[in-house]
Design a binder for this molecule. Structure first.
Ligand code: HEM
Length: 272
């Protein structure tokens, strides 16, 4: 077995098919940037699926090991925007028309990561109506609990007062924040030492979301410097559409608890 055989390099290295006529030097960068992102998305999904299973088996430390790896992949994905940022508007405009209506919006793996983390949107499944194998992957994830859902179930098993409507619900629906869950996190953050592994997991989840937002932000800024305020090839308003995603959160109560703690400490210090 050779290096090329093991890695199936003939397939991998022959999967770049620039379309522009006449050929444009910069299209290869554009293709490879997307393909490498998709490869990393594949590994992120692999790790997140495993982390979710480990949460379900109450193997918190092993799950945290998975999440640690995801965080490094996210950092790599975010860092790699600087390569694409070398693509100027003039260079992109030389091959943009050949992409037609294809867009990252149609990335099934990106959407799968969002579903796994908890951003469930049933209408996203329909984007893949003409690609049944992708549609099936997404439809399955839509109906399964997210990483956050299984973490909240774990908290319930540990005796925290997570309400039944949170631990046993229709997983295909978007998650709605609950005050009782916020109270659970208040309890955890009020005494980290007493709940150390849970506290650590909460912070890992916040890291994950923070990293995800860094990726979204760098995507947005790279897109802005390449196409300005023009609409996207996928038909959206472009940068305006991408900016809206920055307001989304996977783990709402983990952010809400920060406000509660900060407000409490301001009240205690008597500041105005
Ligand atoms: C010149 C480079 C790029 C431009 C101009 C661009 C532009 C856009 C725009 C305008 C959208 C909104 C949907 C649309 O109307 O098309 C979008 C979505 C998206 N793009 Fe890019 N993009 C670029 C590179 C990339 C790369 C390298 C990736 C890596 C996989 C990527 C992944 C995504 C994803 C996942 C979405 C969906 C985001 C969401 O729905 O929240 N894009 N892109």
């Amino acid at each position: 077995m050779s290096y090329a055989d093991y890695l199936d390099l003939r397939t991998l290295l022959s999967a770049q098919h620039p379309l522009a006529q006449p050929p444009q030097h910069d299209e290869l960068l554009f293709i490879i940037q997307h393909q490498t992102s998709e490869l990393w998305f594949k590994l992120v999904l692999h790790e997140l699926r495993s982390a979710r299973e480990l949460f379900e088996r109450d193997e918190l430390q092993a799950a945290l090991k998975r999440l640690a790896r995801v965080k490094h992949i996210q950092a790599t994905l975010t860092g790699q925007w600087s390569v694409l940022a070398t693509l100027t508007p003039s260079e992109y405009s030389q091959f943009r028309e050949f992409l037609a209506t294809s867009s990252g919006f149609q990335s099934v793996q990106y959407r799968a990561v969002e579903f796994l983390l908890g951003n469930k949107k049933a209408e996203m499944v329909r984007v893949f109506d003409r690609e049944p194998e992708w549609r099936a992957v997404l439809a399955e994830l839509l109906d399964q609990p997210s990483l956050y859902d299984v973490f909240l179930q774990l908290l319930a098993r540990r005796g925290f007062a997570v309400p039944r409507e949170v631990t046993d619900r229709d997983w295909s629906q978007p998650y709605t924040p609950h005050d009782e869950v916020l109270q659970v996190f208040r309890q955890v953050y009020a005494d980290p030492a007493a709940h150390w592994d849970i506290y650590e997991t909460c912070e890992e989840l916040v890291d994950l979301e923070d990293n995800f937002q860094q990726w979204r932000f760098r995507h947005l800024k790279t897109v802005e410097r390449i196409i300005g305020t023009a609409p996207g090839t996928g038909g959206s308003s472009g940068v305006t559409f991408l900016r809206r995603a920055l307001d989304q959160t996977f783990f709402p109560e983990l952010y809400a608890v920060r406000g509660v703690i900060a407000t409490g400490s301001v009240e205690r210090s008597g500041e105005r």
